[in-house]
Design a protein around this ligand. Sequence first.
Ligand code: NAP
Ligand code: ZN
Length: 349
Amino acid sequence: MLKIKAYAAQSATSPLAPFPITRRPPGPRDVEIDIHYCGVCHTDIHQARNEWHGTTYPCVPGHEIVGVVTTVGSSVRDFKAGDKAAIGCMVGACGRCASCTDGEEQFCDQGPTWTYNSEDKISGGATFGGYSQRIVVDEAFVLHLPESLDPAASAPLLCAGITTYSPLRHWNVGTGQKVGVVGLGGLGHMAIKFAAAFGADVVLFTTSPNKAEDAIRLGAKEVVLSKDPKAMSQHVNSFDFILDTVSAAHDLNAYLSLLKRNGTMTLVGVPPEPSPIAAPHLIFGRHQLAGSLIGGIKETQEMLNFCADHNITSDIELISIAHINEAYERMLKSDVKYRFVIDLATLTS
Ligand code: NAP
Ligand code: ZN
């Protein structure tokens, strides 16, 4: 086994701290990656603190991983030592069910193996994520990071990027459409960039007045303070599509009434508490409420290539791993511009 330095939460209430882990030696189909950068997703907080009630401890979070290939197994053809590579939220799936054969492994009938806090079907125990020095992954779940993209600023594409790209593509967001993005954090800022790149007129809904200027710079045409009922009422019955990225409990009904006839609101944020829906907000206007989960491996590569072609990366604050607990506290105050990324070169103890 390979001995690796990492950071882990030992319980729902303990801060993340240094914790040594082991990884399997690369098998014939495996790629071993030296992790250079790992983005900090709000899911990492939900999981480290057991907010979704399924965390196995110790928990090593991190599923926005970028690095360089060090070793490949004997049957690996698509990667070689020295290649820039990336790992997102999944490291395995059955490969045989309808979802897997359609390239949507995130909906695998047996459940995909998540990059962390998932049963490790190869080595046993739980999978450990990217707050660590190295990772060993089946090549089918390894992405190519295009040369032109800045590696640190690309890390968040592996979750925040694909999670917003995929629903915007699925619901055919494009030119001439009015699209709402709810929440300007890691996912929200990528949603604005992608929706604007696809040609939509983007409106940001935010609880943070101080983010308005950034939203316009990122590509929004307009910013609405969601706590101002008068500002909200000016947009009734006008949106083709709304993407909700909010991580905490909030009123969904207020947004459903802003949809046009046949409009869709898609949830990607996962607040720990359920949200009540008043049926009339769906019935009048035949509105649809939907959800979306990351994206498949094929679509993730397509998204990375799109980012290379359109010069899109995340706006990041690069941190040393010793500041991870502080970063979590800032995210909980909606104070991140707009994604923390850990520089793993700082993981020395
Ligand atoms: P983040 O960077 O912390 O951003 C969340 C944003 O939500 C905040 O910046 C804030 O935006 C808004 N917000 C926070 N608390 C709020 C409240 N009480 N009321 C209204 N708005 C509030 O989080 P993230 O990393 O983007 O993740 C967002 C959510 O998506 C998390 O629940 C995460 O687990 C989930 N997620 C889902 C998927 C998926 O596949 N579906 C993938 C990744 C993440 P403003 O300051 O602009 O109001
Ligand atoms: Zn994530």
